[in-house]
Design a protein around this ligand. Structure first.
Ligand code: NAP
Length: 320
Protein backbone atom coordinates (compact mmCIF):
# COMPACT_ATOMS: atom_id res chain seq x y z
CA UNK A 1 0.00 0.00 0.00
CA UNK A 2 1.03 3.63 -0.40
CA UNK A 3 2.07 5.59 2.67
CA UNK A 4 3.72 8.93 3.41
CA UNK A 5 7.00 8.31 5.23
CA UNK A 6 9.33 10.70 7.05
CA UNK A 7 12.94 9.44 7.19
CA UNK A 8 14.58 12.72 8.29
CA UNK A 9 13.29 15.80 10.11
CA UNK A 10 12.92 18.95 8.03
CA UNK A 11 10.63 21.02 5.80
CA UNK A 12 7.54 19.74 3.95
CA UNK A 13 9.71 18.04 1.27
CA UNK A 14 10.71 15.29 3.75
CA UNK A 15 7.14 13.91 3.36
CA UNK A 16 7.65 11.24 0.67
CA UNK A 17 5.20 8.72 -0.71
CA UNK A 18 6.46 5.12 -0.55
CA UNK A 19 5.21 1.58 -1.03
CA UNK A 20 5.04 -0.25 2.34
CA UNK A 21 3.65 -3.63 3.44
CA UNK A 22 -0.01 -3.61 4.49
CA UNK A 23 -0.17 -4.26 8.25
CA UNK A 24 -2.25 -7.11 9.66
CA UNK A 25 -4.46 -6.61 12.70
CA UNK A 26 -3.46 -8.40 15.89
CA UNK A 27 -5.62 -8.95 18.97
CA UNK A 28 -8.07 -6.08 19.56
CA UNK A 29 -6.89 -4.25 16.44
CA UNK A 30 -8.59 -3.33 13.18
CA UNK A 31 -7.30 -2.36 9.73
CA UNK A 32 -9.05 0.71 8.29
CA UNK A 33 -9.01 1.54 4.58
CA UNK A 34 -8.69 5.33 4.68
CA UNK A 35 -10.91 7.40 2.38
CA UNK A 36 -9.74 10.74 3.80
CA UNK A 37 -6.97 11.83 6.19
CA UNK A 38 -7.03 14.95 8.41
CA UNK A 39 -4.06 17.33 8.40
CA UNK A 40 -3.31 19.06 11.71
CA UNK A 41 -0.75 21.78 12.55
CA UNK A 42 0.96 19.51 15.11
CA UNK A 43 2.09 17.24 12.27
CA UNK A 44 4.23 20.10 10.91
CA UNK A 45 5.87 20.61 14.33
CA UNK A 46 6.63 16.87 14.65
CA UNK A 47 7.97 16.71 11.08
CA UNK A 48 10.48 19.48 11.81
CA UNK A 49 11.26 18.08 15.29
CA UNK A 50 10.20 21.31 17.06
CA UNK A 51 11.08 21.12 20.81
CA UNK A 52 12.75 17.75 20.11
CA UNK A 53 9.32 16.09 20.10
CA UNK A 54 9.70 14.40 16.70
CA UNK A 55 8.73 10.69 16.56
CA UNK A 56 11.36 7.99 16.13
CA UNK A 57 12.44 7.88 12.46
CA UNK A 58 11.22 6.66 10.03
CA UNK A 59 7.51 7.16 10.66
CA UNK A 60 4.14 7.70 8.98
CA UNK A 61 2.57 11.00 10.15
CA UNK A 62 -0.96 11.75 11.18
CA UNK A 63 -3.52 10.77 13.80
CA UNK A 64 -6.87 11.33 12.10
CA UNK A 65 -8.68 9.63 9.22
CA UNK A 66 -12.02 8.19 8.17
CA UNK A 67 -12.77 5.13 6.09
CA UNK A 68 -14.09 1.58 6.19
CA UNK A 69 -13.02 -1.34 8.36
CA UNK A 70 -11.22 -3.79 6.07
CA UNK A 71 -10.09 -6.47 8.55
CA UNK A 72 -10.51 -7.18 12.26
CA UNK A 73 -8.18 -9.03 14.61
CA UNK A 74 -9.02 -11.63 17.27
CA UNK A 75 -11.22 -10.38 20.10
CA UNK A 76 -12.85 -7.52 18.19
CA UNK A 77 -16.61 -7.58 18.68
CA UNK A 78 -17.61 -3.89 18.56
CA UNK A 79 -16.61 -3.44 14.89
CA UNK A 80 -16.97 -5.56 11.76
CA UNK A 81 -15.64 -5.51 8.20
CA UNK A 82 -17.46 -2.84 6.16
CA UNK A 83 -18.26 -0.47 9.07
CA UNK A 84 -17.84 3.26 8.32
CA UNK A 85 -15.52 4.75 10.96
CA UNK A 86 -13.31 7.67 11.91
CA UNK A 87 -10.27 7.26 14.14
CA UNK A 88 -8.21 9.33 16.52
CA UNK A 89 -4.70 7.94 16.77
CA UNK A 90 -3.43 4.71 15.24
CA UNK A 91 -0.64 2.16 15.56
CA UNK A 92 0.81 2.69 12.07
CA UNK A 93 0.08 6.37 11.20
CA UNK A 94 -2.77 8.04 9.28
CA UNK A 95 -1.15 9.47 6.11
CA UNK A 96 -1.58 6.16 4.26
CA UNK A 97 -4.02 4.09 2.22
CA UNK A 98 -4.65 1.90 5.27
CA UNK A 99 -4.06 2.29 9.02
CA UNK A 100 -3.76 -0.24 11.81
CA UNK A 101 -5.66 0.91 14.91
CA UNK A 102 -6.40 -0.33 18.39
CA UNK A 103 -10.14 -0.84 18.64
CA UNK A 104 -10.40 1.92 21.28
CA UNK A 105 -9.11 4.48 18.74
CA UNK A 106 -11.94 3.81 16.27
CA UNK A 107 -15.42 5.34 16.39
CA UNK A 108 -18.54 4.93 14.25
CA UNK A 109 -19.00 7.48 11.45
CA UNK A 110 -22.71 8.31 11.11
CA UNK A 111 -23.99 7.85 7.56
CA UNK A 112 -24.92 11.54 7.15
CA UNK A 113 -21.22 12.49 7.58
CA UNK A 114 -18.86 12.20 4.58
CA UNK A 115 -15.46 10.54 4.86
CA UNK A 116 -13.77 13.93 4.31
CA UNK A 117 -15.79 15.36 7.20
CA UNK A 118 -14.96 12.27 9.27
CA UNK A 119 -11.26 12.95 8.79
CA UNK A 120 -11.88 16.42 10.24
CA UNK A 121 -13.38 15.16 13.51
CA UNK A 122 -10.81 13.82 15.92
CA UNK A 123 -8.15 16.40 16.82
CA UNK A 124 -10.23 19.52 16.09
CA UNK A 125 -13.44 18.44 17.82
CA UNK A 126 -11.87 16.55 20.73
CA UNK A 127 -9.59 19.54 21.39
CA UNK A 128 -12.44 22.05 21.21
CA UNK A 129 -14.61 19.88 23.48
CA UNK A 130 -11.87 19.36 26.08
CA UNK A 131 -10.92 23.07 26.05
CA UNK A 132 -14.47 24.37 26.26
CA UNK A 133 -16.02 21.94 28.72
CA UNK A 134 -13.35 19.98 30.65
CA UNK A 135 -10.84 22.85 31.06
CA UNK A 136 -12.94 25.98 30.51
CA UNK A 137 -16.11 24.65 32.23
CA UNK A 138 -18.26 26.51 29.70
CA UNK A 139 -21.90 26.77 30.72
CA UNK A 140 -25.06 27.82 28.91
CA UNK A 141 -25.60 31.56 29.23
CA UNK A 142 -21.89 32.38 29.30
CA UNK A 143 -20.00 34.20 26.54
CA UNK A 144 -16.98 32.69 24.77
CA UNK A 145 -14.41 34.32 22.50
CA UNK A 146 -13.08 31.76 20.00
CA UNK A 147 -9.86 33.56 19.17
CA UNK A 148 -9.07 32.03 15.77
CA UNK A 149 -12.42 30.55 14.75
CA UNK A 150 -11.93 29.89 11.01
CA UNK A 151 -9.68 26.80 11.25
CA UNK A 152 -10.26 23.21 12.33
CA UNK A 153 -10.46 23.69 16.11
CA UNK A 154 -12.17 27.09 15.84
CA UNK A 155 -15.10 25.86 13.72
CA UNK A 156 -15.55 22.89 16.07
CA UNK A 157 -15.55 25.23 19.09
CA UNK A 158 -18.12 27.55 17.51
CA UNK A 159 -20.50 24.65 16.79
CA UNK A 160 -20.05 23.04 20.23
CA UNK A 161 -20.43 26.33 22.15
CA UNK A 162 -23.49 27.40 20.18
CA UNK A 163 -25.15 24.03 20.70
CA UNK A 164 -24.53 24.27 24.46
CA UNK A 165 -26.20 27.69 24.70
CA UNK A 166 -23.22 30.02 25.02
CA UNK A 167 -23.01 33.36 23.25
CA UNK A 168 -20.23 32.93 20.70
CA UNK A 169 -17.86 35.61 19.40
CA UNK A 170 -15.38 34.32 16.81
CA UNK A 171 -12.46 35.88 14.99
CA UNK A 172 -10.95 35.30 11.53
CA UNK A 173 -8.42 37.06 9.34
CA UNK A 174 -10.32 37.15 6.02
CA UNK A 175 -13.83 38.11 4.83
CA UNK A 176 -14.36 34.53 3.63
CA UNK A 177 -13.28 33.14 7.00
CA UNK A 178 -15.51 35.58 8.89
CA UNK A 179 -18.54 34.63 6.76
CA UNK A 180 -17.84 30.96 7.52
CA UNK A 181 -17.61 31.62 11.28
CA UNK A 182 -21.04 33.33 11.23
CA UNK A 183 -22.54 30.52 9.09
CA UNK A 184 -21.28 27.95 11.62
CA UNK A 185 -23.19 29.64 14.43
CA UNK A 186 -21.18 32.49 15.93
CA UNK A 187 -23.37 35.38 17.09
CA UNK A 188 -20.66 37.92 16.25
CA UNK A 189 -17.41 37.85 14.31
CA UNK A 190 -14.34 40.10 14.52
CA UNK A 191 -11.24 40.56 12.34
CA UNK A 192 -8.11 39.60 14.33
CA UNK A 193 -5.98 41.57 11.85
CA UNK A 194 -7.83 44.89 12.40
CA UNK A 195 -6.35 47.43 14.84
CA UNK A 196 -8.40 47.72 18.06
CA UNK A 197 -10.75 44.85 17.12
CA UNK A 198 -11.22 43.85 20.76
CA UNK A 199 -12.70 47.30 21.58
CA UNK A 200 -15.70 46.07 19.59
CA UNK A 201 -15.83 42.94 21.78
CA UNK A 202 -16.08 45.08 24.92
CA UNK A 203 -18.91 47.02 23.26
CA UNK A 204 -20.70 43.75 22.37
CA UNK A 205 -20.51 42.59 26.01
CA UNK A 206 -21.51 45.94 27.53
CA UNK A 207 -17.97 46.39 28.88
CA UNK A 208 -18.14 43.16 30.91
CA UNK A 209 -15.86 41.03 28.70
CA UNK A 210 -16.11 37.31 27.98
CA UNK A 211 -16.31 34.42 30.45
CA UNK A 212 -14.08 32.16 28.37
CA UNK A 213 -11.41 32.68 25.74
CA UNK A 214 -10.37 29.70 23.58
CA UNK A 215 -6.97 30.91 22.37
CA UNK A 216 -5.40 29.57 19.15
CA UNK A 217 -2.35 31.87 19.14
CA UNK A 218 -1.42 32.77 22.71
CA UNK A 219 2.00 34.26 21.88
CA UNK A 220 0.18 37.00 19.93
CA UNK A 221 -2.99 37.38 21.99
CA UNK A 222 -2.57 36.44 25.68
CA UNK A 223 -2.02 39.99 26.93
CA UNK A 224 -5.02 41.20 24.87
CA UNK A 225 -7.14 38.34 26.26
CA UNK A 226 -6.42 39.50 29.80
CA UNK A 227 -7.84 42.89 28.77
CA UNK A 228 -11.19 41.42 27.68
CA UNK A 229 -11.71 38.59 30.18
CA UNK A 230 -14.65 39.00 32.57
CA UNK A 231 -14.44 38.57 36.36
CA UNK A 232 -13.60 34.93 37.20
CA UNK A 233 -13.04 34.24 33.49
CA UNK A 234 -11.02 31.37 32.05
CA UNK A 235 -8.51 31.67 29.20
CA UNK A 236 -7.73 28.26 27.70
CA UNK A 237 -4.46 28.17 25.75
CA UNK A 238 -4.94 25.78 22.83
CA UNK A 239 -2.30 27.10 20.41
CA UNK A 240 0.99 28.93 20.97
CA UNK A 241 3.90 29.54 18.59
CA UNK A 242 6.41 31.63 20.55
CA UNK A 243 7.02 33.75 23.65
CA UNK A 244 4.69 36.37 25.15
CA UNK A 245 4.98 39.03 27.87
CA UNK A 246 1.86 39.63 29.98
CA UNK A 247 0.88 41.89 32.87
CA UNK A 248 -0.19 39.32 35.49
CA UNK A 249 -1.93 42.09 37.46
CA UNK A 250 -4.77 41.89 34.94
CA UNK A 251 -5.31 38.24 35.93
CA UNK A 252 -5.24 39.22 39.63
CA UNK A 253 -7.77 41.99 39.22
CA UNK A 254 -10.24 39.70 37.43
CA UNK A 255 -9.38 36.56 39.41
CA UNK A 256 -8.94 35.09 35.95
CA UNK A 257 -7.39 31.69 35.22
CA UNK A 258 -4.99 30.92 32.39
CA UNK A 259 -5.33 27.21 31.64
CA UNK A 260 -3.18 25.14 29.33
CA UNK A 261 -4.48 22.10 27.50
CA UNK A 262 -3.00 19.40 25.28
CA UNK A 263 -5.03 16.66 23.66
CA UNK A 264 -2.38 14.05 24.50
CA UNK A 265 -3.09 14.64 28.22
CA UNK A 266 -6.77 13.69 27.93
CA UNK A 267 -7.45 10.56 29.98
CA UNK A 268 -8.91 7.36 28.54
CA UNK A 269 -12.10 7.97 30.51
CA UNK A 270 -12.39 11.55 29.21
CA UNK A 271 -11.85 10.31 25.64
CA UNK A 272 -14.76 7.89 25.97
CA UNK A 273 -17.02 10.78 27.03
CA UNK A 274 -15.70 13.13 24.35
CA UNK A 275 -16.24 10.70 21.47
CA UNK A 276 -19.67 9.66 22.77
CA UNK A 277 -20.65 13.35 22.60
CA UNK A 278 -19.04 13.87 19.20
CA UNK A 279 -20.64 10.79 17.56
CA UNK A 280 -24.07 11.88 18.82
CA UNK A 281 -23.49 15.49 17.67
CA UNK A 282 -22.44 14.26 14.22
CA UNK A 283 -25.45 11.94 13.95
CA UNK A 284 -27.99 14.61 14.91
CA UNK A 285 -26.42 17.26 12.67
CA UNK A 286 -25.29 19.60 15.47
CA UNK A 287 -21.65 19.04 14.49
CA UNK A 288 -20.86 19.56 10.80
CA UNK A 289 -17.11 19.51 10.06
CA UNK A 290 -16.17 21.96 7.29
CA UNK A 291 -13.64 20.74 4.72
CA UNK A 292 -12.10 23.66 2.87
CA UNK A 293 -9.49 21.83 0.79
CA UNK A 294 -8.95 18.25 -0.41
CA UNK A 295 -5.56 17.21 -1.81
CA UNK A 296 -4.28 13.83 -3.04
CA UNK A 297 -2.23 11.88 -0.48
CA UNK A 298 0.83 12.32 -2.70
CA UNK A 299 0.57 16.11 -2.09
CA UNK A 300 1.08 15.82 1.67
CA UNK A 301 3.99 18.27 1.40
CA UNK A 302 1.69 20.90 -0.14
CA UNK A 303 -0.85 20.32 2.66
CA UNK A 304 1.84 21.13 5.24
CA UNK A 305 2.62 24.40 3.46
CA UNK A 306 -1.08 25.27 3.18
CA UNK A 307 -1.88 24.67 6.87
CA UNK A 308 0.75 27.21 7.92
CA UNK A 309 -0.60 29.91 5.58
CA UNK A 310 -3.09 32.60 6.71
CA UNK A 311 -6.71 32.62 5.51
CA UNK A 312 -8.02 29.37 6.97
CA UNK A 313 -11.37 27.92 5.91
CA UNK A 314 -12.07 24.80 7.97
CA UNK A 315 -9.95 21.69 7.42
CA UNK A 316 -7.45 20.44 4.89
CA UNK A 317 -7.76 16.70 4.15
CA UNK A 318 -5.69 14.27 2.08
CA UNK A 319 -7.38 11.73 -0.16
CA UNK A 320 -5.49 8.42 -0.62
P1 NAP B 1 -5.75 25.72 11.67
O1 NAP B 1 -6.89 24.96 11.08
O2 NAP B 1 -4.46 25.85 10.92
O3 NAP B 1 -6.32 27.21 12.02
C1 NAP B 1 -5.49 28.22 12.56
C2 NAP B 1 -6.40 29.31 13.11
O4 NAP B 1 -5.60 30.32 13.76
C3 NAP B 1 -7.20 30.01 12.03
O5 NAP B 1 -8.53 30.21 12.50
C4 NAP B 1 -6.48 31.34 11.89
O6 NAP B 1 -7.30 32.38 11.38
C5 NAP B 1 -6.12 31.58 13.34
N1 NAP B 1 -5.23 32.71 13.53
C6 NAP B 1 -4.28 33.21 12.70
N2 NAP B 1 -3.78 34.35 13.21
C7 NAP B 1 -4.43 34.59 14.38
C8 NAP B 1 -4.39 35.62 15.36
N3 NAP B 1 -3.56 36.65 15.28
N4 NAP B 1 -5.23 35.52 16.42
C9 NAP B 1 -6.08 34.50 16.54
N5 NAP B 1 -6.18 33.50 15.65
C10 NAP B 1 -5.36 33.54 14.59
O7 NAP B 1 -5.33 25.13 13.07
P2 NAP B 1 -6.22 24.33 14.16
O8 NAP B 1 -6.17 22.90 13.86
O9 NAP B 1 -7.53 25.02 14.27
O10 NAP B 1 -5.34 24.59 15.46
C11 NAP B 1 -5.24 25.91 16.00
C12 NAP B 1 -4.02 25.97 16.93
O11 NAP B 1 -4.25 25.10 18.03
C13 NAP B 1 -2.72 25.51 16.27
O12 NAP B 1 -1.66 26.29 16.76
C14 NAP B 1 -2.58 24.07 16.72
O13 NAP B 1 -1.24 23.63 16.76
C15 NAP B 1 -3.19 24.15 18.11
N6 NAP B 1 -3.78 22.89 18.58
C16 NAP B 1 -3.47 22.52 19.84
C17 NAP B 1 -4.03 21.38 20.37
C18 NAP B 1 -3.74 21.02 21.80
O14 NAP B 1 -3.90 19.85 22.19
N7 NAP B 1 -3.37 21.99 22.64
C19 NAP B 1 -4.83 20.55 19.57
C20 NAP B 1 -5.13 20.96 18.27
C21 NAP B 1 -4.60 22.15 17.79
P3 NAP B 1 -7.09 33.05 9.90
O15 NAP B 1 -6.40 32.06 9.04
O16 NAP B 1 -8.51 33.34 9.49
O17 NAP B 1 -6.27 34.29 10.15
Amino acid sequence: MKSIRVSEYGGPSVLRIEEVPTPEPGANQVLVRNHAVGVNPVETYLRSNTDNRGPKLPYTPGSDAAGVVEAVGPGVTALKVGDRVYFGGSVSGAYAERSLCDVTQVHPLPKNVSFAQGAAVNAPYATAYHALFNRGHGEAGETVLVHGASGGVGIAAVQLARARGLTVIGTAGTDRGRRLVLEQGAHHVLDHTAPGYLDELLRLTGGRGVDIVLEMLANVNLQKDLGVIAMHGRIVVIGNRGMVEVNARLAMNKEAAILGMALFNVTAAQLVGIHAALVEGLANGTLRPVVGQELPLAQAARSHEAIMEAGHYGKIVLVP
